[in-house]
Design a protein around this ligand. Structure first.
Ligand code: SAH
Ligand code: SF4
Ligand code: F3S
Length: 441
């Protein structure tokens, strides 16, 4: 049997693309290999959101040069967000011309044909388009990472052009899938044992399909699908979230009380320069509405520090909003200039040491809040869906609460009896990034 391996960087869109690519390879008769260096075909699915992602990619590529030399039949493929940028394809062709196949984020369906052609002719294949009108996933049979939960695309691309962000250039213009297609896919997933779906889009709140359905309509429709127990979504944009959507937290029993609501900055001046189209006040209003509708809702966020022109006062505003909202968790990033984005050309770039100092302060504040929030869980009992076995201890099961808290717990039952099931867990210990507990009757 010929073997494949996929290395995935980046966000959940990329993870799901990799699931689809794995499905295409398995349909061609390939079998998964654990070792990327021993496979017959290895695919690197790349991310370009920050500079360290870029660096990691070129480092990884370099490592494959030896393999390619010793095994000329080995096929190395590169896809994802990096090759959507002409400068990257140029660099691959110049410095890593031995890479066999390069394809874009919107050329995934063509991958089997590219691979066949490469195997038949030995030619190097390159296929990258910017705006593929056909986003049908009807032919995709993803190999899921998890048996019981699934990633489901609802929109592709992004139209928001936040001034720091490369994504609109690597994923093309925003397109929404038809509500009926999304629901058909989720029905098939439910029939295959999936109990939890994560609806994916760069800005799910701007979902609008050709029949006029909104994101709230979509949630309501998914809520009716038998077998599905939990609905999550990612990512919400504060400028587009609607009252009707927020009300779904009250009316849709399967919608998890958890939201990822990137704030990026707490300073109105910086938010404006980021082209985010909301301000502190409107952001805080949304948080208030969410908590009023679903008092137990957990909220996570993304924050960028050191955006061009960010002053100490701007940064203090970010710390202030973090303390006001009291995020359950946060992804914090140091601003990374991306070639081709407007902010990369702003003149007032913030010096590295200032960025690092602010970053450390922000992380301390965020962690302190996370720990405080998690401590409220101690002694209480939550429903957790079991997802896996702890890496450090095979007697410990891991899972998530409705609010997406990671829980490591013990149980008298075997992992097989628990996976994909709702388990009642009493929390015995709270840490900054996880909870510990034991199953109770
Ligand atoms: N569509 C999502 C985010 C996708 S990228 C949204 O709008 O929220 C994930 C996160 O990476 C962003 O929320 C942002 O915080 C961060 N990010 C994006 N570009 C960045 C850059 N150039 N430098 C640092 N962080 C960045
Ligand atoms: Fe990037 Fe902004 Fe689009 Fe998110 S909404 S992907 S941060 S441009
Ligand atoms: Fe990275 Fe592309 Fe996702 S740049 S974050 S893999 S959309």
């Amino acid at each position: 049997m010929r073997k494949y391996h996929i290395i995935t960087y980046g966000c959940q869109m990329n993870e799901h693309d990799s699931e689809n690519i794995a499905g295409l390879l398995e349909a061609m008769g390939y079998e998964h290999a654990d070792d990327p260096y021993k496979a017959d075909v290895t695919v690197i699915n790349t991310c370009s959101v920050r500079d360290n992602a870029d660096k990691r990619f070129f480092g990884t590529l370099g490592q494959f040069k030896k393999i390619k030399k010793s095994r000329p039949d080995f096929v190395l493929c590169v896809c994802g967000c990096m090759p959507q940028q002409p400068r990257v394809v140029e660099e691959i062709n110049k410095r890593f011309s031995w890479v066999d196949i390069v394809f874009g984020t919107q050329n995934i369906a063509e991958f089997p044909a590219l691979l066949e052609e490469r195997l038949k002719t030995g030619r190097r294949m390159r296929a990258i388009v910017d705006n593929n009108p056909d986003n049908s996933e009807a032919d995709m049979k993803p190999v899921r990472m998890h048996r019981h939960k699934a990633l489901v695309n609802i929109t592709y691309g992004c139209n928001n052009f936040c001034t720091y962000c490369i994504v609109p250039y690597t994923r093309g213009r925003e397109k929404s899938r038809m509500l009926s297609d999304v629901c058909d896919e989720i029905k098939r997933l439910a029939a295959d044992g999936v109990v939890e779906v994560m609806l994916l889009g760069q800005n799910v709140d701007s979902y609008r399909d050709a029949a006029g359905n909104s994101f709230a309509d979509l949630i309501k429709a998914v809520n009716e699908i038998d077998g599905i127990e939990r609905i999550r979504f990612m990512t919400s944009h504060p400028k587009d979230i609607s009252d009707e959507m927020i009300d779904c937290f009250r009316t849709c029993d399967k919608l998890c009380h958890n939201i990822h609501l990137p704030v990026q900055s707490g300073s109105d001046r910086i938010l404006k320069r980021m082209n985010r189209h909301y301000d502190r006040e409107s952001y805080l209003k949304i948080v208030e509405k969410l908590r009023k509708t679903a008092p137990d809702i957990t909220i996570s966020t993304d924050v960028i520090v050191g955006f061009p022109g960010e002053t100490d006062e701007d940064f203090e505003q970010t710390l202030d909003i973090a303390r006001k909202v009291e995020y359950d968790s946060a992804f914090t990033f140091i601003y990374s200039p991306r070639e081709g984005t407007p902010a990369a050309k702003f003149e007032d770039q913030v010096p590295d040491e200032v960025c690092h100092e602010r970053f450390d302060r922000l992380v301390d504040v965020m962690n302190e809040i996370s720990l405080k929030k998690n401590q409220e869980y101690k002694g209480k009992t939550y429903e957790v869906i079991a997802e896996g076995i702890s890496r450090n201890d095979d007697k410990v099961i891991s899972g998530r609460t409705d609010g997406f808290k990671l829980v490591n717990f013990t149980s008298d039952r075997s992992p097989e009896q628990l996976m994909g099931r709702k388990v009642k867990v009493e929390i015995t210990e709270s840490k900054t990034f996880s909870l510990e507990g034991r199953e109770v009757d």
